[in-house]
Design a protein around this ligand. Structure first.
Ligand code: NAD
Length: 438
């Protein structure tokens, strides 16, 4: 489907085909849930025949007549558990790779996004072989039961607390897992950058899908001087995007559920509201909001926001900002804005966790060539070839020739010093160059 196939731009806080609220602008839904999934699918289709081929590997002297290769085998039966914030993308992208790798799959969509859950349960069986692929609609109780089964691989996206439950259940059967979890993403803005562009790029990333994006910039780190320049620029960007009253904008999303709405609303009491702050519980509307005078110990800095709130925390220098990033919960991605390459490289060098995106937000998600995943905000990585590899057992294979038995006999008892010397010569990996450390 393309936008021309009937996807309207702008959302209506009205009824969808199932008679409930449509909380996301069509443009954003198309971009995140359809375009990015189609890209993954096309990239996989374009490259699968190459990825799945046996990889012929280097041989030593002993195995010169043999066949040495890596065979790409499926794991078997895979369980994919998805969260609510991109309820199509976050099950479909792993599903594409799991199918490409040859696995059977059980998909467990989020029960929070009821309409999508129902759509997935109705649509997938129409297109996929029902003997190999199934959708399970389940809440916590049923998922707990489901996890008692032995799967060959579990792929989970969700909160760190549920991630621990999944890993514990997987450990019982020694099942390998990928866990895509939380992590607050810092956004350092250095003193030398194009303020208006920074404001637009940060506001887009933060307020896309009303902030319900795991890779959104979670907080800005900058000097007091930069904060004073950024404030009017952010106000201007928000007005440019959503008009003077974002509640009336067809391009600003709503919060997914009442529980999430109330959780995000409590975070508004951290620091001081400098822009926005308005809420409407009935519509689950929270205005694009910027908080200032925020302390690292404030509630908004303790948990992943997943809402349209942008706290600004001040740091006197780049070193102080890096220190703050490194002493906190490990991020999924580190954002930096600077026109100075040295600053960009220093932040990249001194922060090691998660991905990195300089001078923009979210755009790294459009690249199928980059792996996605953090360090302890995740376990494993995926997207495109990395998804295929995630769901593939790389089977190491040696197919020996039955000839030249005399060379093989060098390994057999009775052992001699001379045999050992020859075996070492034929199979030893020699160090190239000289090592300056040893
Ligand atoms: P969640 O952890 O509450 O739920 C995720 C899935 O786990 C759902 O399908 C749910 O039914 C299931 N689940 C919940 N409790 C369970 C239990 N006790 N046993 C077994 N299964 C259980 O997460 P959520 O609220 O749906 O999504 C938001 C979270 O997901 C946030 O923490 C966000 O940071 C994270 N997230 C991470 C990424 C990423 O790529 N790293 C992407 C999106 C969301």
């Amino acid at each position: 489907m393309s936008p021309a196939d009937g996807v309207e731009t702008g959302h209506t806080v009205g009824s969808d085909a199932y008679g409930t609220l449509c909380p996301q602008p069509s443009f954003e839904a198309y971009f995140s849930e359809i375009l990015l999934c189609k890209n993954e699918l096309n990239d996989t289709l374009n490259n699968l025949s190459h990825w799945m081929k046996d990889e012929h590997m280097e041989k030593n002297l002993v195995t010169q007549l043999d066949s040495v290769f890596i065979r790409k085998d499926p794991y078997g039966v895979v369980l994919i558990i998805a969260p609510w914030n991109y309820p199509i993308h976050l099950f479909l992208v792993p599903l594409i790779g799991a199918i490409a790798a040859g696995n059977c799959v059980i998909v467990k969509p989020s029960e929070t996004t009821k309409n999508t859950e129902r759509l997935v349960a109705e649509a997938l069986p129409c297109y996929l072989d029902n003997d190999c692929f199934a959708v399970v609609t389940a809440g916590v109780e049923e998922t707990t039961k489901l996890l008692e089964n032995k799967f060959d691989y579990i792929f989970f996206t969700g909160s760190p607390s549920v991630g621990r439950i999944i890993m514990t259940a997987a450990a019982k059967h020694l099942t390998p897992v990928t866990l895509e979890l939380g992590g607050k993403n810092p956004c350092y803005v250095s003193d030398n950058c194009e303020v208006q562009n920074v404001a637009r790029r940060v506001a887009w990333g933060r307020f896309f899908n009303a902030g319900q994006t795991c890779v959104a910039p979670d907080y800005i780190l900058c000097s007091v001087e930069m904060r004073e320049k950024l404030m009017p620029a952010l106000r201007e960007a928000i007005t440019e995007f959503y008009g003077s009253n974002p509640q009336e904008s067809p391009d600003f999303a709503r919060i997914v559920g009442d529980k999430q709405f109330r959780r995000i609303r409590t975070l508004l009491s951290s620091g001081r509201v400098a822009i926005g702050g308005q809420t409407d519980e009935q519509e689950r509307y929270i205005a694009p909001t910027v908080l200032v005078d925020v302390q690292p110990s404030d509630p908004v800095m303790q948990e992943k926001i997943l809402g349209p709130i942008l706290p600004i925390v001040t740091a006197a220098s780049m070193d102080e900002a890096i220190n703050l990033i490194n002493t906190r919960e490990r991020p999924l991605i580190v954002y930096v804005f600077s026109s100075d390459k040295k600053v960009m490289n220093q932040v990249l060098e001194w922060t090691s966790r998660g991905g990195f995106c300089g001078n923009d937000t979210l755009m790294h998600m459009t690249l199928t060539s980059l792996p996605f995943g953090g360090i302890d905000s995740s376990l494993g990585k995926y997207h495109s070839k990395f998804t295929f590899d995630t769901f593939t057992h790389h089977r190491s294979c040696l197919h020996r020739s039955m000839a030249l038995e005399t060379t093989n006999a060098l390994c057999y008892p009775p052992y001699t010093q001379q045999k050992l010397g020859l075996v070492c010569f034929a199979s030893e990996v020699k160090r190239q160059g000289t090592c300056t450390l040893l």
